[in-house]
Design a protein. Sequence first.
Length: 319
Amino acid sequence: MILISLLLLNNVFFNLIDSDIKLEKGYFSHIRSYFVANHTPHHNGYNEIYTVGEKINIKAKFQYGDLRKDLEDENILIYHLNLNDDKNKYEYITEVKTNDDGKINYVFEKKSEMGFHLFKLIVKGDLSEANVLIHVIDKKSNNKYVVFDIDGTLTVSDKEISKEYYFELVDVNYSPKMYENAVDIVNYYYEKGYNILYLTARPYWLSSNSQKWLDLNKFPKGILITYPQSGIILGEKVKNFKYNILKSLKDKGIDFQFAYGNAKTDISAYSDLGLKKEQIFIIGKNNEDKKITPVETYTKHLKELKKWRKQKKTNGFVT
């Protein structure tokens, strides 16, 4: 099983299907939980990719406030939505309790078909929630992915994350600045049938902020992977984190077609994975590396992509 960070399906999509679940706020099992839940929820679901036949583990952590106080020994309602079904109806699965770390780990026994499955995890006491995305694959499924770094790649600078660290700690909303046409590049691939992977070394406690930012800027649905620990990592640790995630996914059968980044750690992770120069796109000051294809601006790059695809069609095939 591959531990990923947080489900990313845009909130517009969530709102369309949330109406299937009709609940009234319940009660917490412990008085202390009312004090904990009096603060802003910062729950995190952990996505995983499985091959057909593997047991599916639903994992999440529930916490509140700037100090990320765990919600201990409280009831969580689990709902399942088969995203391969156009009816988009949630199915109630079960109710479980969080442990002393505010976590749940539930084994989903039902055999899941190939494709994407959404699990909504709802705190019974206040109806706050976390979401988990599961992708079940085999050799016959669409396993083609394009991976995008976030900071300095979709946002204009790595410095944007420093601002977000600060404003998150003081509980102030901050929206990082996006590169012009960055969202159009991601949508270009999504509309061509590629799966999207957002891979960032941001710590897990910025998962919800990252999801909201992607949704606010109308990025397409995809899987968001963040660093699963609370600490901030730099340099070689970033490269190792990203490479290990990508290698694990590749071993599962994921076919990485293209990869976007801005940092030397991105270049190292992508090239070590076996991606070629024409598959690695780098924007920013490191785009002169010989192992990559440089991106001057996304506006220009989008035109190049469309021109390239048109040439492929003219020659009788399209990737």
